[in-house]
Write a protein that binds this ligand. Structure first.
Ligand code: IMP
Ligand code: MG
Length: 179
């Protein structure tokens, strides 16, 4: 294990169990709906891959990429679309699948943007939500875990594009980010 990595915050089995619970709820809620999962690249890919395979309802999958963080861990406060959806979502039941909500800036922007395309419904599923006071108020319809305000990596989350492939979620050791 790299020296940059700190303690495990959420283990592999815990993630699996929670994804089963979330997907059971989603399967029920979207039983007779026209579900389109919109994964937010790149952090959500691992979560989306595992979640979608547990959902017992027909799903379609599309992706968007937005930037709010550069290669550093500080938010720039600006959200830009780097890759738009390939599909038209008008009249579809859209579920945004996101890795982590920090300030909420990214999601706030995405919700406003996707709503303007007139989906039949728009909900949010986020694996992690940081417990911070300055978070924008956003309804997260399906939330995996509330996590402390630390910089986390693994299970899709990166630091400078590293550690996305870890099967668990862990904290970066403080100080590592400044190097
Ligand atoms: P927000 O716009 O501040 O809510 O930030 C959301 C985005 O920042 C997420 O989609 C992640 O890509 C990234 N992010 C926020 N916190 C972390 C973290 O602890 N580790 C890795 N990426 C993070
Ligand atoms: Mg992201």
């Amino acid at each position: 294990m790299s020296e940059e990595l700190g303690q495990i915050v959420i283990g592999e089995e815990e993630i699996k169990k929670r994804i089963k619970e979330l997907s059971e709820q989603i399967s029920k809620d979207y039983k007779d709906k026209d579900l389109m999962l919109v994964g937010i690249l790149r952090g959500a890919i691992i979560f989306l891959a595992d979640l979608s395979r547990e959902i017992k309802a027909p799903v379609e999958i599309d992706f968007m990429a937005v930037s709010s963080y550069g290669s550093s861990t500080k938010t720039s406060g600006v959200v830009r679309i780097l890759k738009d959806l390939d599909e038209d979502i008008k009249g579809r039941d859209v579920l945004i699948v996101e890795d982590i909500v920090d300030t909420g800036l990214t999601l706030k922007y995405l919700i406003k943007n996707l709503k303007s395309r007139k989906p039949a419904s728009l909900k949010v599923c986020a694996l992690l939500r940081k417990k911070i006071e300055q978070q924008m108020s956003i309804d997260i319809d399906y939330c995996g875990f509330e996590v402390p305000n630390k910089f986390l990596v693994g299970y899709g989350l990166d630091w400078d594009e590293k550690y996305r492939n870890l099967p668990y979620i862990c904290a970066l050791k403080s100080g590592s980010r400044n190097s």
